[in-house]
Design a protein around this ligand. Structure first.
Ligand code: ATP
Length: 359
């Protein structure tokens, strides 16, 4: 995945004087599955519309295959979009819906038939060509929408919450199908969701957005295991954040003093510097004794079993609560037990440096 297919360079956009995008920069490689993940209103759809040519940025450039397309209309870009509401033509059958774009481009009749048949096979809708959209389930309609968007072999497929209207089970099934379809077609997908599990499950890379900026871009593992900001740590997964001051720092290892006790983190920081440390809920362990080294005393406040995961709250001596999740449905330690809490320093990430966070 070395060839850059799309570059967004310093994209800025305002609506009615309100800044919506504040300098988006990213290179996307051919064949990648990139997800824009962020809460409602953070600018995901606006970014997608700028790539599609449905909006023009106030500043910055969009390069497609190295060519500047910033001011080209949508039909001059080899990019297609799939929307959440499918946008199928209700009066056309499946075959005609899919063939529509090819007809507009004046492809030969036999060619159209061949490509429509091939794409129907790819989305597992063989034999559905004569059905009308109203005779399809939600999942089938979404597959037709995808078939229609990929039939002209776009360089990039933009997908704006395409599974948002489906129930959870079908959504999971479609995630797997979409991911394998993307691999099979080799088309670059840029996908919008605000569902973190969906983003982690499907993407080669995730761009986490916050208020019109990319907070972090990386592989799902990188984003999850090494969040670079408090925002990313808290937006994805269950994060415990401990605040402290760096006491010592030598050879890539630092000691941070928090209210609950001192802990080791990887990385060099300045002595006296304020840091926020993130530890994932599933990375924390506890027991009546701890292995040699770092541990913090605490009291179990409560357990709750939420199907597959036991959630445990432990109150540390400082009063701070830690959330711990584990796959074992039963804990040896009932609420009220005094325990020692510990984790491997390798799993602790510093997600903020400098002034203490204002709540
Ligand atoms: P959602 O997940 O809810 O779809 P989003 O992250 O896709 O949100 P955008 O649709 O990009 O967010 O919108 C970002 C901001 O820009 C919002 O505050 C929205 O109201 C505003 N906005 C988007 N399009 C326009 C427009 N055409 N005119 C005015 N404001 C707009």
């Amino acid at each position: 995945m070395e060839e850059i297919i799309l570059s967004l360079q310093n994209i800025q956009k305002s609506f009615d004087g309100q800044g919506v995008l504040h300098g988006i920069d990213v290179d996307i490689y051919r064949g990648e599955f990139v997800t824009l993940l962020g809460p409602s209103g953070c600018g995901k759809t606006t970014t997608l519309r700028i790539i599609a040519g449905l909006e023009t940025p106030d500043e910055g450039r969009v390069l497609l295959n190295g060519a500047d397309v910033t001011h080209l209309p949508p039909e001059k870009r080899n990019v297609n979009t799939v929307f959440q509401n499918y946008a199928l033509f209700p009066h056309m059958n499946v075959q005609k819906n899919i063939a529509y774009g090819l007809k507009i481009r004046k492809a030969a009749r036999e060619d159209i038939q061949r490509r429509v048949d091939a794409v129907l096979r790819q989305v597992q809708l063989e034999g559905f060509g004569k059905r009308m959209p109203s005779q399809l389930s939600g999942g089938q309609r979404q597959r037709v929408a995808i078939a229609r968007a990929v039939v002209n072999n776009p360089d990039i497929l933009l997908l704006d919450e395409p599974l948002g209207a489906l129930d959870l089970q079908l959504r999971r099934q479609m995630q797997t199908e979409l991911k394998s379809l993307q691999r099979e077609l080799g088309i670059t997908f840029i996908y919008i969701t605000h569902d973190q599990e969906e983003a982690l499950n499907m993407s080669n890379r995730i761009a986490v957005m916050n208020k019109g900026r990319f907070e972090q871009i990386g592989t799902p593992e990188n984003i999850y295991e090494h969040p670079q900001s408090r925002y990313v740590a808290q937006f994805i997964g269950q994060a415990n954040i401990l605040e402290g001051v760096v006491e010592q720092s030598t050879n890539g290892c630092s000691l941070v003093k928090t209210q609950a006790g001192s802990m080791t983190v990887l990385g060099d920081f300045s002595v006296g510097e304020h840091v926020a440390v993130c530890v994932r809920a599933e990375r924390i362990d506890y027991g009546d004794t701890a292995p040699e080294g770092f541990h913090l005393p605490g009291t179990i406040s409560m357990h709750s079993y939420i199907g597959g995961v036991l959630r445990t709250l432990i109150t540390l001596g400082s009063g701070q609560e830690l959330l711990i999740t584990g796959a074992n449905p039963v804990s040896l330690y009932p609420a009220g037990s005094q325990v020692e809490v510990f984790w491997d320093p390798q799993v602790a990430s510093v997600v903020e440096r400098g002034a203490p966070h204002e709540a």
